[in-house]
Design a protein around this ligand. Structure first.
Ligand code: UDP
Length: 402
């Protein structure tokens, strides 16, 4: 494969992650495109123009560019984006005539719907990555319109490859959507070890201008799905009198602002104002300093298709205490690199946290194991797997679309 069209309709790989619509998918699209470009695959990423000042074409690095497609008003709310998918697909189609991609990689269901239309028009293989799934989110009480679940199902039906981040996601695709297992390929995301690697805690704390009291860290978008409330309550339940929690990220999604207000109220009610600090979203590569400075990274998500934060923390040698869901089941090796908690009881989180805080030898062992475990994940490996799969697509009959 020499040219790959990457659809990222609703959010740009250049957007700040950790706030609004920016999160793991942005990092994923950016890092994947970089790694593919380095293996010789020219990636053109199509993003809906969300700002009038954006140039149509941005060269990010050799072999990786972004094309902004006009589709609907710049500031259209996310729940109205489905109305603009056709226009987006038409704009992308125009560009396809000169770019002439050999395959389409659609990210998230909105891009999948556009990818479905483009696949039919150009007779190209469609590779889909969903990042989150409506029916999986609904399981943990986070409801999405049924129209989204139906669209996801249609996109799966006409995708030649459905890329899954881990075995847990593959099972969800089959169990919740009846996806064809023969078309599912597990390609775990990676982590950039040049940035995310172990380093001295004292130096990281010096850089962040903080002292040596135990530090718990939450990194990511603030919305109910991410369970920041559990992190706060776990701090309250910890037996370590000096432990504190840093929350790095900002409000995201329609419930983001109310969730943030709820968290602040909870902190006040638990009398934790002196022990919890909010930090604005950080440029991705700067997060390594935060991970190195922390004693424990908390990932108490209700669902998680992968959980890049857990992988980045591990790569920096910081143990995670995470919920036993989705990709976190593969990223955290129970008792070896951190702890996995079934359910959402803050007391259980606190016990796992305290085990690490009160036992420096255990903390060192978990840290070493975590850094080693994370070496299994690189973007270069992810890119190689995708290229290998794509090379088989040229000889396969394309999946029919109804
Ligand atoms: N992130 C970031 N800056 C921040 C907060 C988060 O760059 O201030 C990045 C983080 O490094 C990770 C991504 O956002 O790569 C979050 O991905 P994850 O899979 O953990 O969660 P998602 O956003 O996909 O739900």
């Amino acid at each position: 494969m020499k040219r790959l069209a990457v659809l990222s309709l609703h959010t740009s790989p250049l957007a700040q992650a950790g706030v609004g619509d920016g999160g793991g998918m942005n990092v994923y699209v950016r890092e994947f495109a970089t790694a593919l470009a380095q293996t010789g695959v020219h990636c053109r990423v199509y993003v809906r123009a969300w700002n009038k000042q954006l140039p149509r074409f941005v060269e990010v690095e050799p072999g990786f560019e972004i094309v902004h497609i006009q589709a609907g008003p710049c500031d259209v709310p996310k729940d109205q984006l489905p109305q603009h998918v056709d226009e987006f697909a038409r704009g992308v189609a125009e560009d396809f005539r000169t770019f002439e991609p050999e395959a389409i990689h659609a990210n998230y269901w909105l891009s999948g719907v556009a990818g479905n239309a483009l696949k039919r028009e150009f007779d190209l293989p469609l590779i889909s990555t969903f990042h989150t799934l409506a029916r999986v989110k609904a399981e943990s009480g986070d409801y999405e319109p049924e129209s989204r679940a139906r669209a996801e199902s249609d996109v799966m039906g006409c995708s030649d490859v459905v890329m899954s981040n881990c075995d847990a996601e593959s099972e969800q695709l089959v169990n919740f959507y009846d996806a064809d297992p023969a078309r599912i390929e597990v390609i775990p995301p990676g982590v950039d070890h040049a940035f995310f690697s172990p380093g001295p805690k004292s130096g990281a704390r010096w850089a962040l201008n903080t002292d040596d009291r135990p530090l718990l860290l939450f990194v990511g978008r603030i919305q109910p799905l991410k369970g920041v409330d559990v992190a706060v309550k776990a701090l309250a339940a910890s037996k370590h009198p000096e432990a504190r929690l840093w929350i790095v990220g900002g409000a995201s999604g329609t419930q983001g602002a109310s969730e943030l207000a709820h968290i602040k109220q909870l902190i006040a009610n638990l009398d934790l104002e002196d022990r919890v600090e909010f930090h604005p979203p950080q440029p991705h590569h700067l997060l390594s300093t935060y991970y190195r400075a922390a004693d424990v990274v908390l990932v108490p998500s209700k669902s998680e298709s992968f959980g890049l934060v857990a992988l980045e923390a591990a790569a920096c040698g910081t143990p995670c205490v995470a919920s036993a869901v989705g990709g976190l089941l593969t990223l955290v090796d129970e008792g070896q690199t951190g702890y996995l908690i079934d359910g959402r009881d803050p007391q259980e989180y606190a016990e796992a946290i305290d085990r690490i805080l009160f036992d420096p030898a255990l903390a060192t062992e978990l840290s070493n194991n975590a850094a080693k475990h994370a070496l299994n994940y690189t973007w270069c490996e992810s890119a190689k797997k995708l290229v290998a799969i794509a090379s088989t697509l040229a000889d396969r009959r394309l999946a029919p679309c109804e």
